[in-house]
Design a protein around this ligand. Structure first.
Ligand code: HSE
Length: 291
């Protein structure tokens, strides 16, 4: 018998919480896994085009790492995948594949591994805990990783918190966006980010959406990534004047993310602003209203 899992997309950082904060989004990928006589892959939909359909496939490899950890031998799998998460756009598509593969493989063999163990394995593969944490636990997560073990706390998202994303029509690899970062930052900038990440985490926990505009600012990664996403600097600066609680690069980009308050109903104005700023830079983008 096979298993089927549904895994959410995620946005990492939320501005100041670089490699720390993550939030699951209601945009999904699906993985089915079944033991068979001879390994076969079925990839459905455009977002998976070009992925390997042999045993080098990430989902297959990750599943085998679960079986090895659990002392189970299951070398031949039928793996079916479908995804609504655009690839390499900063919406956690690779994290969702890793989490889906870990979860499905563990489920297939009767769940011998704990969620905490799956989280450690997922983080070791991604090298940062924010996207995989959100995809695995849902909601908003705050996480730390010591290189071996990850600790995480899930926060229930405030009921009125909504998300508007603008997904540019170009890809940006996480490695390229990480290479743009400096090796060292000043104490002043470190304090700037620690204070805002703390305030943002507490504000989200307490449902204090009014504190998000002050909290969702960053000097650790976004200033260095701004040149990779034309229009981004202006969007981060001016989105609050167009009805956003705050704006951020989603993960390593290029997607731009705005947090909004459902009660303010400002999404139309904000959407027009995002498309206009990107359009001025010659960038076509797709917007999505998510939660
Ligand atoms: N925290 C990571 C980064 C997320 O910003 O590089 C990448 O998906």
């Amino acid at each position: 018998e096979g298993v089927r899992v549904k895994v959410p997309a995620s946005t990492a950082n939320l501005g100041p919480g670089f490699d720390t904060l993550g939030m699951a989004l209601n945009l999904y990928s699906w993985i089915e896994m079944k033991p068979v006589d001879s390994t076969v892959f079925r990839l459905h939909g455009g977002n998976l085009e070009g992925l390997p359909t042999d045993k080098s496939n990430l989902v297959y490899q990750v599943a085998q790492s679960v079986f090895a950890e659990a002392g189970v031998t299951l070398p031949e799998l039928e793996i079916s995948m479908k995804s609504d998460i655009p690839l390499t756009r900063g919406l956690g598509s690779s994290a969702s594949a890793i989490v889906g593969a870990l979860f499905a493989a563990n489920l297939l063999i009767g769940e011998p591994l704990s969620q905490a163990k799956l989280f450690d394995m997922a983080t070791a593969l991604e090298k940062h805990p924010d996207n995989v944490g959100a995809s695995l636990f849902g909601g908003i997560i705050t996480a730390v990783w010591d290189g071996t073990h990850a600790d995480v706390l899930r926060i229930e998202p405030p009921a009125d918190l909504e998300v508007l994303v603008a997904i540019p029509d170009f890809q940006l690899s996480t490695s390229k966006a990480r290479e743009a970062l400096p090796k060292q930052i000043s104490l002043q900038d470190a304090v700037y980010n620690v204070s805002r990440t703390s305030l943002l985490t507490a504000a989200l926990t307490a449902g204090r959406l009014d504190l998000i505009p002050a909290a969702m600012r960053d000097r650790l990664h976004q200033p260095y990534r701004a040149s990779l996403v034309p229009g981004m600097a202006r969007i981060l600066e001016e989105a609050t004047a167009h009805g956003a609680l705050g704006a951020a690069l989603s993960g390593a980009g290029p997607t731009l993310l705005c947090l909004t308050d459902r009660r303010q109903g400002a999404d139309d104005q904000l959407e027009a602003f995002l498309l206009e700023v990107l359009g001025e830079q010659g960038i076509t983008a797709q917007t999505m209203r998510l939660k």
